[in-house]
Design a protein around this ligand. Structure first.
Ligand SMILES: *[C@@H]1O[C@H](CO)[C@@H](O)[C@H](O)[C@H]1NC(C)=O
Ligand SMILES: *[C@@H]1O[C@H](CO)[C@@H](O)[C@H](O)[C@H]1NC(C)=O
Ligand SMILES: *[C@@H]1O[C@H](CO)[C@@H](O)[C@H](O)[C@H]1NC(C)=O
Ligand SMILES: *[C@@H]1O[C@H](CO)[C@@H](O)[C@H](O)[C@H]1NC(C)=O
Ligand SMILES: *[C@@H]1O[C@H](CO)[C@@H](O)[C@H](O)[C@H]1NC(C)=O
Ligand SMILES: *[C@@H]1O[C@H](CO)[C@@H](O)[C@H](O)[C@H]1NC(C)=O
Ligand SMILES: *[C@@H]1O[C@H](CO)[C@@H](O)[C@H](O)[C@H]1NC(C)=O
Ligand SMILES: *[C@@H]1O[C@H](CO)[C@@H](O)[C@H](O)[C@H]1NC(C)=O
Ligand SMILES: *[C@@H]1O[C@H](CO)[C@@H](O)[C@H](O)[C@H]1NC(C)=O
Ligand SMILES: *[C@@H]1O[C@H](CO)[C@@H](O)[C@H](O)[C@H]1NC(C)=O
Ligand SMILES: *[C@@H]1O[C@H](CO)[C@@H](O)[C@H](O)[C@H]1NC(C)=O
Ligand SMILES: [Ca+2]
Length: 582
């Protein structure tokens, strides 16, 4: 900032530092990089929009603390030479006096590549320019799945690569130079560059680590939708279990199984707080067959499933459900938790941790027959119909004839077709590491949409690839210098978990990351806060994987312990594939 003031004084330029005088279309236009700054990119200088936004208040968010911010809201577009693709980018620019030489790239969720107004404030409040992109999908209101097919059977490949990794990378490269120009800082001065996103936004974060390693100093990656070919099809696994076992549990019965699992496994972590902080101990020590025969009751309701993004269903009316938990329901629950194996008993994928909600297994009620039946999970249905079968449809109409082997086939097909675009599991992060980059990767331990173990498995893939030949402890220690994974006790998919309200959430990740990158303060544990319930506001620390949280002294003393048996429950041999599954 001093540099800027000096420059202003010396040059006597007309650039005042107040937000209102800086936030003009003419200054934005002058601040755009030159055409060709990024090879093949031409800016549409007439497309620039800019408006100053004051006293924009944000509260109740899980990815950043409450704040009231001012910023210049900028959008402009550019084209890729030789293609008709028009890409719109958006940047929230802090007032010049508030700018702290930081840039934050943000991403989206489900098939959205951006969640601009929801994510961007999380950078502005820390003096960062926050950027987002429409991916070239036509407008900020369009998602990837809206443009993925040019027609039935024909893939719009440029949109796949834009969604896969290219659009965010371009938005960051353009945004950094634009930021320097806008604040009039020299080309040689450092702009600390970050990325933050969860779910699809988490996948986008990994896409940058894997393919834009020199652009970023710090990546904050939540519950990433990586291993895309497996992850998307996996949303159908619960339905296929129900169909194969011939039992469609009423939602209340599954909810009872979840509640009983939480009640039984809560104390295994040494602290009775309604939070299953050790789903691994739950898996090792709790047998769901003990729930058989327990009574459940749910009043008639109009329900809509919780959670962000994938798997969301339209609201439904449900009749009152009154019964006892059946052996069939527990068998369905256990098979879901076990994860997908092919008919030869080889593991093809993994599932949610015990205690997580069974969203993908939701059934629907047929009031004519009075029976519960198949309700195809939308995220999986759309994936197969649109992205594998290439039909302009939002869902599959049936699962007739679909077996575990069919699902494995879909996983292989998706992985192969999108290996170099959406799969996002390249485990060699050398470029990022050598550039000095840092990664905070977190995942709700009770995620009901993207298996927690998916993150653990990728962490291990990176560890083994980057430090091959080193022992488990040596490679873990080396990796933790720059890449740390934290499982969030009780947390759902990129969200709080109403069934475990006393669980913490790492809300201050940007602060923690900027301290790591800019001041070298290593997050030995990850700062988190209980954001609802009776302990709201309490601070908690999260253990860095592979250490696991454990409380002694009647729940009073917190430790991060090394527990081999627990670590082993997160170790998977995906022997249904001949290639390694990273
Ligand atoms: C923003 O809020 C501050 C403090 O409440 C107030 O003084 C100021 O006038 C507000 N600015 C605008 C543009 O509303
Ligand atoms: C930012 O600008 C865009 C484009 O003009 C507009 O659609 C959006 O509503 C603006 N956002 C805010 C917060 O002013
Ligand atoms: C694409 O296929 C769907 C059925 O899968 C059909 O409803 C739709 O009309 C087709 N669209 C075109 C443009 O042919
Ligand atoms: C800064 O870098 C950009 C892009 O390389 C270049 O166009 C511009 O002239 C440079 N500015 C200065 C002051 O050197
Ligand atoms: C499960 O527990 C929640 C409280 O977390 C409660 O509201 C709900 O009624 C319980 N469901 C069943 C089926 O017992
Ligand atoms: C749970 O107990 C049942 C009945 O004793 C047994 O058949 C089953 O294998 C056990 N399941 C697990 C996961 O240990
Ligand atoms: C649930 O069913 C049991 C046994 O049929 C019955 O005793 C009880 O009254 C029912 N509860 C409600 C709330 O309908
Ligand atoms: C997808 O279609 C199936 C079969 O018609 C239906 O059961 C399911 O509710 C649909 N899912 C969504 C999200 O529309
Ligand atoms: C690895 O480190 C943990 C925690 O420090 C320790 O308990 C364990 O014995 C070590 N394992 C080996 C093989 O050295
Ligand atoms: C840690 O979280 C607490 C709230 O739980 C917050 O007050 C504090 O500023 C955070 N520390 C850092 C370094 O982000
Ligand atoms: C618990 O922590 C307190 C404070 O650090 C310490 O004095 C006490 O010895 C610990 N108790 C146990 C049982 O570890
Ligand atoms: Ca607990």
């Amino acid at each position: 900032m001093n540099q800027l003031l000096t420059l202003l004084a010396v040059a006597g330029t007309a650039y005042a530092t107040s937000l209102s005088s800086a936030c003009t279309t003419s200054r934005i236009r002058e601040s755009l990089p030159d055409d060709g700054y990024l090879l093949g990119v031409t800016f549409d200088r007439d497309s620039v929009t800019a408006n100053a936004v004051y006293n924009s208040s944000h509260s109740g968010e899980v990815f950043f603390p409450d704040a009231t911010i001012n910023f210049c809201n900028v959008t402009f577009s550019y084209t890729h030479t030789g293609s008709g693709q028009n890409v719109i980018v958006g940047y929230y620019m802090p007032a010049p006096d508030d700018f702290k030489s930081r840039f934050l790239a943000t991403g989206g969720g489900a098939y959205a590549i951006q969640s601009g107004s929801m994510s961007a404030p999380g950078g502005v409040m820390y003096g960062a320019v926050s950027g987002f992109t429409d991916g070239g999908f036509g407008s900020m209101d369009n998602d990837f799945d809206d443009v993925f097919l040019l027609s039935n059977g024909t893939i719009n490949w440029p949109s796949v690569y834009m969604f896969g990794y290219q659009a965010i990378k371009e938005m960051t490269i353009i945004g950094k130079q634009f930021t320097k120009n806008f604040y009039d800082v020299s080309n040689s001065s450092k702009i600390y560059t970050y990325y933050q996103g969860c779910s699809e936004g988490g996948r986008e974060g990994w896409s940058q680590a894997q393919r834009a390693g020199t652009e970023y100093d710090g990546l904050i990656i939540g519950a990433p939708a990586i291993r895309y070919g497996q992850q998307q099809a996996n949303h159908l696994y619960s339905n296929i279990v129900e169909q194969t076992l011939g039992y469609y549990p009423p939602p209340c019965e599954l909810e009872k199984i979840v509640n009983e699992t939480i009640a039984a496994c809560d104390p295994l972590d040494g602290r009775k707080d309604g939070v299953v902080s050790r789903s691994d101990l739950c898996q090792l020590h709790f047998n769901m067959t003990s729930i058989i025969g327990k009574h459940y009751y749910c009043a008639a309701s109009t329900s809509s499933s919780l959670g962000l993004g994938f798997g969301k269903r339209a609201s439904d009316t449900e009749p009152a459900q009154n019964g006892t938990v059946s052996a069939e329901a527990v068998a369905v629950a256990q098979k879901i938790v076990d994860g997908l194996y092919d008919s030869q008993g080889r593991r093809a994928y993994i599932s949610y941790q015990m205690g997580a909600a069974f969203d993908d297994a939701a059934t629907s009620y047929d009031s004519a027959t009075g029976e519960w039946g198949l309700d195809i999970a939308g995220a999986g249905g759309e994936w197969v119909a649109r992205f594998l079968e290439l039909k302009d449809e939002d869902n599959l109409s049936s699962l007739e004839g679909v077996t575990y082997d069919t699902l494995v086939g879909w996983m292989k097909q998706g992985m192969t077709r999108y290996m170099d675009s959406l799969q996002t599991t390249i485990p060699d992060l050398t470029e990022f590491y050598e550039n000095g980059g840092k990664i905070i990767h977190f995942h709700g331990e009770q995620d009901e949409s993207i298996p927690t173990g998916s993150s653990v498995h990728y962490y291990n893939s990176v560890r083994q690839t980057m430090y091959s030949g080193q022992s488990y402890n040596a490679s873990t220690k080396a990796l933790q210098d720059w890449y740390r994974l934290f499982l969030v006790p009780g947390a759902a998919h990129c969200a709080l978990n109403d069934a475990q309200p006393n669980g913490p959430f790492p809300q201050t990740n940007f602060e923690v990351m900027s301290l790591w990158v800019e001041k070298g303060i290593v997050p030995e544990t990850l700062n988190a806060t209980i954001l609802q319930g009776e302990y709201e506001g309490n601070n908690e620390q999260l253990c860095a994987w592979p250490l696991r949280p454990y409380w002694t002294n009647n729940g009073k003393n917190f430790t991060c312990q090394y527990d081999q048996a627990s670590i082993d429950t997160f170790d998977y041999d995906f022997d249904a594939y001949k290639l390694p599954l990273y």
